[in-house]
Design a protein around this ligand. Structure first.
Ligand code: FES
Ligand SMILES: [Fe+2]
Length: 447
């Protein structure tokens, strides 16, 4: 008997994925209540820098109002409700820098502190316009991990409390020091949960990504962690670090298989590694004798890469191997953000509804890395359709399941998802927690 939560065999209804009524209910019951990641702190580094975030009918402006203060407002003019800042057609969001927002309809102006500072012909409302009725309406905003998070519920719990235990287990990785290497977005023909769930488990790896199998085992565990969940690789006792993203290949010669795995990942996914790690892996055969045991290969590789990075001013955090093991490879932050962390890089995904069509979602993928100060690349969100070769070969294998799952879930012959209780518990956890917000859709015993 296990005492871990959600460890039993469970099944989930398909309503959360395919029902338009459920998708509409998410607006008030879910999206209006949860903390949502909307961008990086460094994207609005100067006073007056702003960006917008859209979720269904709401748009939020996030703006830096002082060197150490970020505020968020609903992106709507209080006069007659025009969207205050427009997102250019086809753009991911609107962004810019300024000291005020001016509504294009009748010229009402707002300071970055949210006050209405100018109303043309104000005297036509004798005593009728108060700061309260004209100011921009605030949205809760906070930062953690280098990200900006918003919450539309004025009575919500503090971000830090909401994020636990993910925040405490990830703090030692200092994710706030990472910067984008690349970021892409697109619209998928599936529900936002279907898209995220494609990345929440390792059960699919041997079958969706068979070319990884010669490099070793990629199967792992999934744990419910309160509102959130995390996943990690299975690793032998004494090799806690190998539960993490930076791991060795397990062929007959781990020096060679580690280099092969790194080269393959760099070429075909451009995720989960850095050039420093690839190069350090390529040197393993020269630096270590044949027959070096796997745990020593792992330690040598990571130490060499860490030292090489330190020489160019990139200092990896030192994280207790036990924390590395416990934190695993990725966290699913409720409801729609995945952080795939490592010591010097990370891969994150988010997905959210695209209108009220349960069969569509906006999906974002971003790779981050530790760069020497001043050498961070300039990046922006690049709209990249599913069949664009810039996705390379690995991620499209995951994408290929999404619309097909979405279609299959509508089939009369399908009785509901049955996540693997060990490897896919993160999916049961998502629906367990969604049900607490939505009032429906809790996983049931699979009997
Ligand atoms: S709607 Fe903005 S000024 Fe009229
Ligand atoms: Fe995958």
């Amino acid at each position: 008997m296990t005492t871990e939560p959600l460890a039993g065999p469970l099944t989930i209804g398909v309503e959360a994925y395919i029902s338009e009524e459920y998708a509409r209910a998410e607006r008030d019951k879910l999206w209006a209540k949860v903390w949502q990641q909307v961008g990086r702190v460094e994207e609005i580094s100067k006073v007056g820098d702003f960006l917008t975030y859209e979720i269904l009918d709401d748009s939020v402006i996030v703006v830096r109002t002082a060197p150490d203060t970020i505020r968020a407002y609903y992106n709507v003019c209080s006069h007659r409700g025009r969207r205050l800042v427009d997102t250019p057609p086809g753009a991911h969001d609107a962004r810019g820098r300024g000291r005020q927002f001016v509504c294009g309809f009748h010229g009402w102006r707002y300071s970055i502190d949210g006050e209405c500072t100018h109303v043309p012909e104000r005297e036509d409302w004798p005593c009728g316009l108060t700061a309260e009725s004209t100011g921009l309406k605030k949205v809760r905003v906070d930062t953690w991990g280098g990200w900006i998070w918003i919450n539309m519920d004025p009575g919500c719990e503090p971000l830090r409390d909401y994020l636990e235990p993910a925040a405490s287990l990830l703090d030692p990785f200092h994710l706030e020091n990472m910067r984008y290497r690349w970021r892409r977005w697109l619209v998928f023909d599936c529900n936002w949960k279907t898209a995220l769930e494609a990345f929440m488990e390792t059960y699919h790896v041997p079958y969706t990504h068979p070319e990884f199998m010669p490099f070793g085992g990629f199967l792992g565990w999934a744990k419910a962690q309160g509102k959130h969940s995390n996943i990690g690789y299975d690793a032998p006792k004494g090799m806690d670090e190998n539960k993490a993203k930076l791991r060795i290949g397990t062929g007959s010669d781990p020096r060679v298989s580690t280099a092969d795995l790194q080269n393959f990942t760099w070429e075909n996914a451009n995720t989960n590694t850095t050039w420093t790690l690839v190069e350090a892996a390529q040197r393993l055969v020269d630096e270590l004798p044949e027959g070096t045991p796997a745990d020593q290969v792992l330690r040598h590789w990571l130490t060499a890469a860490r030292e090489h990075d330190a020489e160019r001013g990139v200092v990896w955090p030192t994280v207790d191997p036990e924390i590395v093991g416990k934190s695993g490879t990725a966290w699913q932050v409720f409801p729609n953000f995945q952080i795939g962390h490592a010591l010097n890089n990370m891969l994150c995904y988010s997905a959210r509804p695209y209108g009220y069509d349960p069969d569509k979602c906006v999906f974002e993928a971003a790779v981050y890395e530790l760069f020497p100060e001043g050498e961070e690349p300039e990046t922006e969100w690049i709209f990249t359709p599913e069949d664009d070769p810039d996705w390379r070969t690995v991620l499209p294998q995951d994408f290929a399941n999404m619309a097909a799952v979405q279609k299959g879930m509508k089939a009369r012959g399908f009785s509901g998802p049955k996540p693997n209780p060990y490897r896919e518990r993160s999916i049961a956890s998502l629906h367990h927690n969604l049900a607490r917000y939505m009032g429906t859709g809790a996983p049931r015993d699979l009997a």
